[in-house]
Design a protein around this ligand. Structure first.
Ligand SMILES: [Zn+2]
Length: 249
């Protein structure tokens, strides 16, 4: 069933229910500079029913064409292509999946990538507007170059992921030590908070690399500018030592 058919199906069922506009469902009010139209919670819930199964996807820090996102998402989640994508503008796209299982897989099965870029996947929220929306959270892999091997343990890696942000899972190949020095932990990041470029484990500085994100500032931890362009006061991190750890990777 296509997106349009599914939406039309929902709307036809609704039409047959004959929604009654009762007093108090639509309210007009005078406000300082003019007039205001308001809807009751019951009516708003009806408006939102169409959208509550929409999953909003966006790349972090870069925009992509409709066709590019659409092809990538179809390849990744739905090889039979049984869904359609809406362009919410400003790099945000809405996806309606044919089944709850596919919807759940997209929302909870990440990290997801389109080429090298990390894809943010979130539920639609009321009053969502692509034009003013920002990517607030994203699931990605963190890598821990040159982590001492005794920390290749589930408890250590979960604790490190939670220290950096919030651990979702550990790369199986990391746990099986298949990758040798290459340690990966999937975390959910809050992009409104500065990221942690490095931190101390016991007495040693450890660098954190974030997969699929645009440039990260090693001074303030924000996404979108390098440390040379940073205007924040230093967080007093021994940057040279941390970055030295990175170069001998
Ligand atoms: Zn900065």
């Amino acid at each position: 069933m296509s997106f349009k058919e599914r939406l039309l199906g929902i709307r036809r069922r609704r039409a047959s229910m004959k929604v009654q506009i009762e007093p108090g469902n639509v309210i007009m009010e005078k406000v300082l500079m003019g007039e205001k139209l308001k809807f009751s919670d019951r009516v708003k819930a009806i408006f939102r029913e169409d959208w509550e199964h929409i999953v909003v996807v966006s790349l972090v820090g870069v925009t992509h064409t409709y066709r590019g996102i659409s092809n990538a998402v179809k390849r990744m989640w739905c090889p039979e292509g049984e869904f359609e994508i809406l362009d919410f503008t400003n790099g945000f796209f809405g996806v309606l999946f044919p089944s709850a299982e596919e919807e759940d897989k997209a929302l909870n099965g990440g990290p997801w990538f389109v080429g090298p870029q990390c894809l943010s996947v979130q539920r639609w929220i009321p009053v969502f507007r692509g034009s003013t929306a920002t990517v607030n959270t994203v699931v990605t892999w963190i890598r821990l170059p040159n982590l001492p091997v005794e920390y290749y343990h589930e408890i250590a890696l979960f604790s490190i992921g939670n220290f950096v942000s919030r651990t979702l899972k550990i790369d199986e190949k990391t746990l099986n030590a298949d990758r040798g020095k290459f340690v990966r932990v999937a975390v959910e990041l809050n992009l409104n908070e500065p990221l942690t470029p490095s931190f101390q484990i016991e007495d040693r500085w450890q660098v954190v690399d974030y997969e699929g994100l645009p440039v990260i500032c090693y001074n303030c931890g924000c996404v979108g500018h390098g440390s040379i362009l940073c205007t924040s006061e230093s967080r007093n991190q021994p940057e040279t030592e941390a970055q030295a750890g990175k170069t001998d990777e």
